[in-house]
Design a binder for this molecule. Structure first.
Ligand SMILES: [Zn+2]
Ligand SMILES: [Zn+2]
Ligand SMILES: [Zn+2]
Ligand SMILES: [Zn+2]
Length: 477
């Protein structure tokens, strides 16, 4: 029989894909045929996964649905949306259930998502060796084995932590003889390979290890996007891919300056050499950039040496470094205040402080800058919580041009923001605006999310409704 590696190669070839060594990056996934925008390049079930909120118990262990769950009567920890999902999980959960049931309450509290992910990974491997759970070319431990751990680059403090975590896993699974060093290495693999499983609106639900998806490398200008339906990972093309193109997704939030992105990528132990990262700093100056003193000028300001002044690259007018520093420190002070108000649940007061911050930031920053964008995103969220739809819509509309500027043409964030905009406009009975926004949302999200999920059916349903309402209004005029 062919080895798992050969079987994987054959299976990928059937889909028009190959694993290749990419200069400077190690392994990578390469298209061996063309893919159209929105086409599923690859999908995979996780080798191991766990919801993040284990103790809250609001996510189904099997399908990652949210809501009211039924707890496993054995361990009182695993949660399911119904008996169907419980049955599907039983072959894996049975040994886990036994292990958890034997734990003291204090030890149970130590089952963080990462620890539980490891427990489930070890048990799945064991069950596959016992043939209680079938294996396949895309579902076997060899794939986990082949993942990069970057263990040589991990610092000593972190190594000690991994070893402690491995010992804890051994305490939870006394019946399985573990190689502590190997488990510590696998924790290191989690750090640079595990994926956050999100719902269609990109809210995190859990963590999963998808060893075939992990072959795909990062780019800050990716040509594909990774999203989830339940806990199944889907990678879809964002643009036409031609034969021999490397498939890339983004591991991080890409609406950020190069320095921020490089910093966020540190945990993956590589420095990105994508077109955005090697380009000159003009885009960065815009993203964190200060606005020209002349309000009619949209030039970008760059600091002089020593940051004593900032000069507009378009009209040459200077902004005083002291003035910039002053406003910045005011913003910083208020931001601390606002975020502590927000974390104590005081939405309405936090909203007022963020509005002052927004005013100050408008004095300082370019309209496309990231700090201003983030403040407006916060204000949008707060206004939604407070059901102040009109103000929410205003902030939502202000964020969209920035999204369109910083993200590629088809990006889930842009699509979702158009969707929010459309829902708010519909609620406020701006029916024609709602139709426009929902149409834009559908255009983008059909590429990033496909068309078949419940989430997309709902969006397409709303779009139909808006279309009917607009044509009714037009005909009755
Ligand atoms: Zn379920
Ligand atoms: Zn159980
Ligand atoms: Zn990059
Ligand atoms: Zn200027």
């Amino acid at each position: 029989m062919a080895s798992w590696a050969e079987q994987l190669e054959r299976e990928l070839a059937g889909r028009g894909l190959a694993v290749a060594s990419v200069p400077g990056k190690g392994r990578g996934l390469v298209a061996t045929r063309s893919f159209f925008p929105g086409e599923v390049i690859i999908c995979q079930e996780p080798y191991a996964s766990t919801p993040n909120k284990i103790s809250v118990g609001s996510t189904c262990d099997h399908c990652f649905a949210s809501g009211k769950m039924k707890k496993c009567s054995g361990c009182q920890l695993a949660c399911y949306c119904g008996s169907g999902c419980q049955k599907e999980e039983w072959k894996l959960h049975q040994p886990e259930c036994q292990a958890i049931s034997a734990l003291t309450e204090d030890r149970k509290k130590m089952l963080t998502p990462t620890i539980r992910l490891m427990v489930r990974l070890i048990l799945r491997r064991k069950r596959q060796i016992e043939k209680a759970i079938p294996s396949s070319a895309t579902d076997n431990y060899d794939l986990v084995d082949a993942l990069e751990s970057h263990i040589a680059k991990v610092d000593d403090k972190q190594l000690v932590l991994y070893a402690q975590m491995a010992n804890l896993v051994q305490l939870i699974l006394p019946s399985v003889q573990l190689d502590i060093k190997e488990i510590a290495h696998t924790f290191s693999k989690f750090a640079c390979n595990a994926h956050t499983i999100c719902d269609p609106e990109l809210r995190p639900l859990g963590t999963g290890l998808f060893p075939v998806i992990s072959i795909i490398n990062h780019s800050c200008v990716p040509n594909a996007v990774l999203l989830f339906e339940g806990q199944t990972a889907y990678v879809r093309a964002l643009e036409p891919l031609s034969n021999n193109t490397e498939v890339s997704i983004s591991y991080i939030e890409t609406a950020a300056t190069t320095m921020k992105r490089q910093n966020d990528l540190k945990q993956y132990f590589f420095s990105c050499k994508c077109p955005r990262c090697i380009k000159d700093s003009e885009e960065d100056a815009l993203l964190e950039g200060y606005i020209c003193k002349d309000r009619k000028c949209d030039g970008i300001l760059l600091p002089d040496t020593g940051k004593k002044a900032y000069t507009c690259q378009k009209c040459g007018i200077c902004r005083d470094g002291e003035e910039v520093k002053n406003v910045s420190s005011q913003i910083l002070l208020l931001s601390d205040k606002a975020s502590s108000l927000l974390s104590s649940g005081n939405n309405s007061e936090a909203g007022s402080v963020y509005k002052v911050i927004e005013q100050l930031e408008q004095k300082l920053y370019h309209s496309s800058s990231i700090p201003l964008l983030h403040t407006r995103e916060k204000l949008l969220k707060i206004c939604m919580e407070l059901q102040d739809w009109q103000t929410a819509l205003m902030y939502c509309r202000l964020t969209i041009p920035v999204y369109e500027r910083v993200y590629p043409p088809f990006h889930p964030m842009t699509g979702l923001q158009f969707y929010t905009c459309g829902k708010l406009e519909w609620l406020l009975e701006y029916t024609e605006d709602a139709l426009k926004s929902l149409t834009r949302a559908a255009d983008v999200l059909q590429i990033t999310h496909g068309t078949k999920s419940q989430f997309m059916k709902e969006l397409l349903g709303r779009l139909e409704e808006a279309r009917a309402e607009v044509s009714f209004k037009q005909s009755s005029r």
